[in-house]
Design a protein around this ligand. Structure first.
Ligand code: SAH
Length: 344
């Protein structure tokens, strides 16, 4: 079973609901591309479209995304079929705060679809065979199903991610990513109808950058942890045995896994720049809303609180990094796959 590290639930100051503007910007940037991709590539005759958002979290971003998908399908079919209905499934780990999600669903907009939750990992089957027409996922597939196996035995000493780590560590991450994507694609190849679309948006780092910069925000968090080790607050072995299960694939990485799987054609693959400007403090709180759970599971809540407080103390460095590096080098990967071969 995949490990589960959901975003912060509830409505508090560190909740995902209140701290996901960055992801909202990403989805907004991709909105038109998603709409066009559906209008150009979806070619299915049915009266009930079944859509899933995989890794929906607690909202509100998922509501805008699903509304966009529904509108695009309506636009495409309005002249040929006036009575289309929509069934939208919201998928995330069983530990996701689905209560918050469903409490705010339809509060802002009209009920244009039937909604249901589908709890469980997308690294495995979620639906019956041949039942899904459009599978969407935004900023979720960078989460691996687990910490790469090769990193057990403290192989990534003093580090919590592959950024700046040895080539062996990076290879362990690539290996896990490839295994996970094969499971993901095979599960979808079972669940989707012929001609069904998978629409993916995720953070991406070009292959050639991997050895230089990864996702440097974790190096700031990491250095807070190392300071705490040096001050005797945190056991060194606790840091050595912690690694974030995240991988930011390049377009080559994605092409490779899709071609190897062989069940989908790549209809679109685009890399775009991140157009977003949030200040360093909000950025750290965003990271906290997304990662507090995984840190707490390993380090406990007291140390985790301290890690993020100390990272807030690095605000000037982080501000400089956001301006000089992050917004210039971070890319979004947009990919549209069409199901061409069914696994029966
Ligand atoms: N799509 C939303 C949320 C992104 S946060 C948005 O754009 O705002 C990433 C979400 O993916 C989290 O809620 C996390 O719990 C979920 N996730 C990560 N791995 C998952 C998996 N294996 N199965 C289902 N959901 C997963």
């Amino acid at each position: 079973m995949a490990e589960s590290f959901p975003m912060n639930g509830g409505n508090g100051v560190y909740s995902y609901t209140k701290n996901s503007l960055l992801q909202r910007n990403v989805a907004d940037n991709a909105k038109l591309m998603v709409r066009e991709a559906i209008i150009e590539n979806l070619d299915i005759q049915t009266k009930t479209f079944v859509i899933v958002d995989m890794g929906c979290s607690v909202g509100p971003n998922t509501f805008f995304a699903m509304q966009n998908v529904v509108q695009a399908i309506k636009h495409k079919y309005h002249s040929t079929c006036s009575q289309i209905e929509f069934h939208v499934f919201f998928n995330d780990h069983v530990t996701n705060d689905f209560n918050v999600l469903f409490e705010s669903l339809f509060s802002d907009h009209q009920k244009t679809y039937f909604a249901a939750a589908i709890p469980g990992s997308f690294y495995g089957r979620l639906f019956p065979s041949r039942s899904i027409h459009v599978a969407y996922s935004c900023y979720a597939l960078q989460w691996l199903s687990r910490v790469p196996k090769g990193l057990i035995d403290k192989k990534n000493k003093g580090r919590i991610h592959y950024d700046g780590a040895s080539i062996d560590v990076w290879n362990a991450y690539v290996d896990q990513f490839e295994k996970d994507m094969e499971v993901f694609l095979s599960a979808r190849a079972n669940e989707m109808v012929h001609g069904g679309l998978i629409v993916l948006v995720l953070p991406s780092i070009p292959s050639e950058q991997h050895s230089k910069i990864g996702y440097r925000i974790f190096t700031f968090v990491e250095s807070s942890l190392i300071d705490m080790v040096n001050e005797g607050i945190v056991e060194e072995s606790l840091v050595d045995s912690f690694n974030l299960p995240l991988y930011f694939p390049s377009d080559e990485d994605m092409t490779k896994v899709v071609e190897k799987n062989g069940c989908f054609s790549i209809e679109k693959l685009e890399i775009t720049c991140l157009q977003c400007n949030i200040d360093a403090k909000s950025f750290i709180i965003h990271i906290r809303a997304g990662f507090e759970g995984i840190f707490t599971k390993h380090f406990g809540s007291k140390i985790t609180y301290e890690i993020f407080e100390r990272t807030l103390g690095k605000i000037e460095e982080i501000e400089a990094w956001l301006e000089t590096e992050y917004y210039k080098t971070t890319r979004q990967l947009f990919m549209v796959l069409k199901c061409k071969k069914l696994i029966l």
